[in-house]
Design a protein around this ligand. Structure first.
Ligand code: ZN
Ligand code: ZN
Ligand code: ZN
Ligand code: ZN
Length: 217
């Protein structure tokens, strides 16, 4: 392409990029900011910037509204091990940051290097039958047999349901703590937690993105 041709195309390119940025901002306004652990890993830590250009997920106690990740809900999460604590193995989704907690003696994945797992849709409809994992400061941590965990202020819960406000509006999350190379956040409305990498955790784990077919349950 000649220099004259390049100068002729540049305004069009700028217009397309501007339109794309505007579309992304509207989506974030309507549904919440997009989270993706692969993007956070590629950025290698520091201040997190949403694809709409907004700094988000600050670790100062402020709330960030994040959207759901439809591909994870429909096709399953892609998990890698995150560590073990309180008698449970912990895993985290390499896309949406969804954690999983399984008791050591009944963990069906046994610290597998990576695996795909679908959401247990019956739990989403009728609630998670949870057991206590342990105290986390002022909050109580719970986990369901499906692996879904929650941080709630209430003690002695046995059944935890997803409130409709989170279904329609996404999750309003605030920072909890850093551990094992991740920053953990909790939704102020439902207690759902999310873990986002603080380092290039996935750069040497290509198999984390393509592995066994997803299993429901
Ligand atoms: Zn955004
Ligand atoms: Zn996910
Ligand atoms: Zn469940
Ligand atoms: Zn929520």
């Amino acid at each position: 392409m000649t220099a004259a041709g390049l100068f002729a195309v540049l305004p069009t390119l700028g217009w397309i990029l501007g339109l794309r940025r505007w579309y992304t901002k509207v989506c974030c306004f309507l549904f919440g900011h997009t989270v993706d652990n692969r993007a956070f890993a590629a950025a290698g830590g520091g201040t997190r910037i949403c694809r709409c250009g907004t700094p988000f997920l600050a670790e100062n106690g402020s709330l960030t509204r994040i959207s759901h990740t439809p591909s994870c809900f429909l096709f399953g999460h892609s998990y890698v091990p995150m560590g073990d604590r309180s008698g449970h193995n912990e895993y985290v989704c390499t896309r949406c940051g969804h954690p999983l907690l399984f008791e050591l003696q009944s963990d069906p994945y046994g610290q597998a290097r990576s695996f795909q797992k679908k959401v247990r849709y019956l739990c989403n409809l009728f609630g998670h039958r949870v057991h206590e994992v342990g105290d986390r400061g002022p909050l109580q941590e719970y986990a369901c047999g499906c692996g879904h965990s929650f941080l709630r202020a209430i003690k002695g819960a046995r059944l935890i349901q997803h409130p409709l406000v989170c279904l329609w509006r996404g999750h309003y999350v605030r920072f909890v703590e850093q551990r094992n190379g991740y920053s953990e956040y909790v939704c102020a409305n439902c207690g759902h937690t999310f873990c986002f990498t603080t380092q290039r955790a996935f750069s040497d784990q290509p198999s984390a993105f393509s592995h066994s077919p997803p299993v429901e349950g």
